[in-house]
Write a protein of this length. Structure first.
Lengths: 317, 493
């Protein structure tokens, strides 16, 4: 198990290094000059050149790359070109919104999706199964930003129970912060819950046909007991894979929902930074995302091994 | 006994206070704006989003521009200009303090201008202040600026966001914690979310009506609509015209339509064939149907222009009839230019709705006279590099939003490459003239030259379309300078 974890950790480190190189050089190739962007179209070329110099953009690419990597190893992500504030601070502030949002959406989707999937599998072929699967299919098909707007219209504009968007910082009013995340989490959770329900159902249906379930039944367990004690654990493998991917998506891919609810999340930060050519901020934020996603994958792998001892043994050979 | 009376008295006071609070007018305003500023220092960046938040609210200059575009006294209560127009002496207001409590005097003015003119200045427009040759503190409330040549609109330039007065103690941190002398002090900036300002108690000027103002950053139009309808924000200064209909018939809202300084033009690469041929540019001007472009792009909001000049400016002259919409005339001019079958060109469109939509309309209008346009969508950063810096373009659509930016046409290296010595001499003369009547004549002459030369396709002046809670008053209807001035905004019954 330890060797397994170590090998995965090594893979993790290599992935990060490769990602850092790709992120740095790809962004260096982008057309566009942050200094020009800041000073606008009436600025003189001299003013732009001065600002470029102050931003440290005149140094050769390899020097800037090494400086960037060394800085990050010491926890210094540099200073944003356009916002003139430490990149780490800017990203940290956004993670205070994006991470809770991702976690809430995740919890809601699991709390709704998994039981529905199990229920549908247990009632396979019955009316309830059909209803749940049709609903889940619809849930996958509805774009989450559109669902978010419907939620806003109902709960914010018509009923006025919840704010239509925006975010109050946690330290100012945590109740208001929480209320601000309800609708976006719901909007994000809908497709995720639908996918989870479908995957859970399929996996459980597959498992129910297995020999060990029949054996368990032969030992005298009821179908419900057999599925609960032997089926669900085995069906969790594909579900875990999906969960890992979903969490990565929720951290990196929520930009549209963040726009709909004008939340100060990481997705919007990156989007703005790209359009303003605030490359140092884009790089820092992308690296953080790569770390989050690869770390999630790492944890998923380890969780696999915990659920299924066969995977550990295979990898130690 | 004594205690009981005290408690009773306290309860009475509290009840009265609470009742008073319930009766009182709201004094806070929450404003939705589409773009979040990258930083909050107006002297180190050109983004309009910066001025929207801080100009005249947090920061003030020696002069200020009012909502008609006229120059008013700001931190300078009065001034004298020498006969030769080279020496300006400003008398400063007494009792002014910065929001961190430090006092304001002539040394701060000297510091602010030296900062603009310094070799490592990151001001977007040092050229406006380059003619300043000396800055002399006469006494703590008097400062003298000497120029190397007369500048006709120097007092206006002093009122721009680029020239607000900052303090040496705080200037370096203004990007994230702006400290100025204005009626509102900066409180906090929740990045990605909002900026909060509060009325500054010891403000030297007329007290403002609001106690607090928040700017909430909402990029999406549908979201902005919901936020207005849900009462989460009280207004926005410039709402997308395609969704304006939602609010136009609603008595809870006041739709405020005014003008801006944004001349939207079909910028043309004057150095590149066939656009270097006047006849080709005239043909393009005849092919444009401005009203159709305005109707299709901004639902009819915005005024047609015949030269790059704002219609609300007192020097404006209507030149839209110089080359009226006339397909036959356009075809004839193309034939004269040796292009009877028209030609093909590219049109680069930055990511703003007015450009992307009007680009398609212009492409179809040009197709009628045989000019085939290939539309290329670009991002802003890419636009700045390709079009603006490298001048690698045929045509593009962009709004020039700075006040009185006609001077760009006198710069032969500017991206559209218009090189006319006669015009350059005229602008130099205009810049050096202080007499209003003469200035007006010269400005009209300048507009006429640019209209006749059809340097660019002049399309329309962007409208400002604000949507506000019907109980709010005091918002600027027009926007003669970039900003959203809170000074006069108040709640009414």
């Amino acid at each position: 198990m330890i060797l397994f974890a170590l090998r995965r950790l090594f893979g993790f480190a290599v992935t990060l290094l490769v990602a850092a190189i790709v992120i740095f050089w790809l962004l260096d190739l982008l057309p566009g000059d942050p200094a020009q962007f800041m000073l606008g179209i009436n600025a003189t070329p001299e003013a732009v050149a001065r600002l470029r110099g102050q931003m440290g953009l005149d140094a050769p690419a390899h020097e800037r790359f090494i400086g960037w990597i060394l800085g990050m190893l010491q926890g210094d992500f540099g200073t944003s070109y356009t916002q003139r504030a430490p990149v780490a601070e800017l990203i940290g502030g956004r993670l205070g919104v994006t991470l809770p949002l991702a976690v809430f959406a995740m919890v809601i989707s699991m709390a709704v999706g998994l039981p529905l999937g199990i229920l549908a599998a247990r009632r396979r072929g019955k009316a309830l199964d059909t209803i749940i699967m049709v609903t889940a299919q619809t849930g996958v098909a509805i774009p989450n930003f559109w669902f978010g707007m419907l939620l806003t219209l109902l709960f914010a504009v018509t009923l006025r129970w919840l704010p239509p968007g925006g975010f109050t910082p946690w330290n100012e009013d945590s109740g208001a912060a929480l209320r601000g995340l309800v609708l976006p989490s719901l909007a994000l959770a809908l497709p995720q819950a639908s996918i989870l329900a479908r995957v859970m159902r399929t996996a459980l249906v597959d498992v129910t046909g297995q020999d060990y379930i029949r054996t368990a039944r032969a030992k005298g367990l009821t179908m419900g007991e057999a599925v609960w004690r032997h089926g669900v654990r085995n069906a969790l493998l594909p579900v875990l894979t999906i969960l890992g991917l979903q969490f990565a998506y929720l951290v990196a891919g929520t930009i549209i929902v963040e726009n709909v609810f004008y939340l100060p999340g990481l997705g919007r930060l990156i989007f703005t930074a790209i359009s303003e050519r605030d490359l140092i901020l884009v790089r820092g934020a992308t690296i953080i995302l790569v770390v989050t996603v690869t770390a999630t994958m790492l944890l998923t792998d380890i969780a696999y091994a915990l659920v299924d001892p066969r995977l550990r043994e295979r990898s130690t050979m | 006994m004594n205690k009981t009376i005290k408690a009773f008295g306290l309860a009475l006071v509290l009840t009265t206070a609470l009742a008073g609070m319930a009766m009182a007018q709201p004094t806070e305003v929450r404003i939705g704006v589409a773009l979040e500023p990258p930083a909050l220092d107006p002297t180190a960046g050109a983004a309009e989003a910066i001025d929207i938040v801080v100009y005249q609210n947090v920061f003030e200059g020696l002069t200020r521009i009012d909502q008609t575009g006229a120059v008013q006294p700001g931190l300078a209560e009065s001034w004298t200009i020498s006969e030769d127009g080279l020496t300006y002496t400003f008398k400063l207001h007494d009792g002014v303090t910065f929001h961190d409590g430090t006092s304001f005097d002539a040394e701060d003015v000297k510091f602010s201008f030296e900062r603009i003119l310094a070799a490592d200045s990151t001001n977007a427009h040092p050229e406006f202040y380059k003619p300043i040759t000396s800055i002399t503190v006469i006494d703590p409330l008097t400062i003298e600026l000497k120029l190397d040549r007369p500048i006709g609109r120097f007092l206006f330039d002093l009122g721009r966001g680029d020239a607000v007065i900052v303090a040496p103690e705080s200037a370096d941190n203004n990007a994230n914690e702006p400290i100025g002398t204005g009626p509102f002090a900066f409180v906090q900036w929740d990045k990605g979310s909002r900026v909060i300002l509060e009325a500054y108690g010891p403000y030297w000027g007329e007290p403002v009506h609001l106690t607090k103002a928040s700017y909430v950053f909402i990029g999406d139009t549908a979201t902005m609509t919901n936020a207005l309808l849900a009462g989460d924000i009280d207004g926005t200064n410039n709402f997308a015209t395609d969704a304006l209909a939602v609010f136009e018939g609603n008595p809870q809202f006041n739709v405020l339509v005014g003008t801006t300084e944004g001349e939207t033009i079909l910028s043309t690469n004057n150095k590149k064939p066939p656009f270097d041929n006047l006849k080709v540019r005239q043909a393009m001007a005849h092919a444009l149907d401005r009203q159709a472009i305005i109707d299709g792009t901004t639902n009819g909001y915005g005024a047609p222009i015949g030269a790059p000049f704002a219609p609300h400016n007192p020097y404006y002259v209507d030149l839209t009839a110089t080359y009226p919409h006339d397909l036959e005339a356009a075809k004839a001019l193309l034939a004269e230019a040796g292009l009877p079958d028209g030609f093909s060109a590219t049109l680069k469109l930055p990511p703003v709705a007015y450009a992307r939509t009007s680009g398609q309309i212009i492409a179809s209008q040009f197709a009628e006279v045989g000019i085939k346009l290939e539309l290329i969508n670009v991002e802003w950063a890419q636009w700045l590099e390709d079009v603006y810096t490298n001048k690698d373009f045929d045509l593009t659509i962009v709004s020039h939003v700075e006040p009185f930016d006609i001077g760009n046409y006198a710069n032969p290296d500017y991206y559209f490459g218009y090189d006319n010595p006669e015009f350059q001499a005229l602008i130099e003369k205009l810049n050096g003239t202080t007499d209003e009547a003469v200035r007006k004549d010269l400005a009209i002459e300048a507009q006429t030259i640019l209209a006749n030369d059809a340097v660019n396709g002049y399309l329309f002046e962007l409208a400002q379309t604000g949507v506000w809670n019907a109980k709010l008053t005091g918002m600027w209807q027009n926007s003669p300078i970039e900003g959203l001035v809170l000074r006069d905004i108040a709640w009414t019954e």
